[in-house]
Write a protein that binds this ligand. Structure first.
Ligand code: PLP
Length: 296
């Protein structure tokens, strides 16, 4: 069974009513090693598009609906046509069926503005083996805080910055990770210029003070992480206390434990923040067992 799968998608209007045959006709399976996009594609020229990455664990696409809800939200923020949910669900189902039914794969969904003056947006799905996350999940990560360069009020003041949308423009996020490496850490933790904790460049952050788990409120500046939301639902179910609120940077110094969480990495314990050592919380393995179980 191949471990990669790529589907070009002819995006339907969000409210189109089509039968399965017509739906399947909007998909074209391609070889990811072959050229598939036009040179004028605005996703490659300007990073003008949105995406989602989700995990496929033992053949199950994790949290597909919440990821599609976030894709819809990103489309709204970026003035892109609203995605047809049934079409994306069918595309993900085709990918899941084509992939090995054991192990971890990553599924990337992309919706771009298409070609300038072109007739339609461009969409595709690409599935590939997820990088091995064992080390991050067990040994943990050292992080450094990096100034994201704007304050908590920026998203409301300047919505054209598209903060809160998962756009294809991740050059800044990748640069932050490189800066973290230069400073001897594994990953970065963004903070606002007015001193609030935000998120990692590709992850949400969760802190634990005593028995209370907290994460920054989605102020419009950070993504609403599907993994964080799912883990908080699980924590609430097992009787733990969770809080979603603005978190001043000073609380990083008093945290008893911390995690970076995201769809492919699941829960990576934070072993150090700006040089201060943190213990790896022994519950991390149970969190990852939950995150790797089938979730919708
Ligand atoms: N924040 C940012 C900036 C991200 O890029 C990601 C995931 O890639 C997340 C948070 C975590 O989101 P999720 O848990 O849905 O993967």
């Amino acid at each position: 069974m191949p471990d990669t799968f790529t589907l070009l998608i002819d995006p339907l209007p969000y409210d189109a009513v089509v039968d399965d045959q017509a739906l399947q006709a909007t998909f074209r399976e391609v070889d990811a090693a072959e050229p598939a996009l036009r040179v004028g594609e605005l996703s490659t020229q300007r990073g003008d598009g949105i995406f989602e990455t989700l995990a496929v664990v033992d053949g199950h696409a994790q949290e597909l609906r919440p990821h599609l809800a976030r894709l819809q939200n990103s489309a709204r923020i970026c003035d892109l046509p609203a995605p047809h949910l049934g079409q994306w669900e069918a595309a993900a189902a085709r990918a899941a069926a084509a992939l090995p039914d054991t192990g971890e794969q990553a599924l990337k969904l992309v919706l771009s503005r298409g070609v300038e003056h072109g007739p339609a947006p461009t969409a595709w799905l690409h599935a590939f083996p997820a990088a091995d996350q064992t080390r991050a999940r067990t040994e943990g990560l050292r992080v450094v805080t990096l100034d994201r360069g704007f304050d908590l009020g920026t998203p409301d003041r300047a919505p054209w910055l598209l903060l809160g949308a998962k756009t294809l423009s991740y050059a800044v996020n990748m640069a932050a990770i490189r800066e973290a490496h230069r400073r001897g850490a594994d990953d970065a933790l963004f903070v606002t210029s007015d001193g609030y904790v935000m998120e990692g460049p590709t992850s949400s952050v969760i802190l634990r003070h005593g028995d209370v788990f907290s994460t920054p409120a989605p102020s419009g500046a950070i993504l609403r992480g599907t993994t964080q939301v799912s883990l908080f639902e699980h924590l609430a179910e097992i009787g733990e206390t969770t809080e979603v609120r603005d978190i001043p940077v000073s609380e990083l110094e008093t945290a008893d434990a911390a995690w970076l969480v995201s769809s492919i990495r699941m829960a990576a314990p934070v072993r150090g923040i700006d040089g201060r050592e943190l213990p790896v919380d022994p519950r991390t393995a149970a969190f990852n067992a939950y995150l790797l179980s089938p979730r919708d």
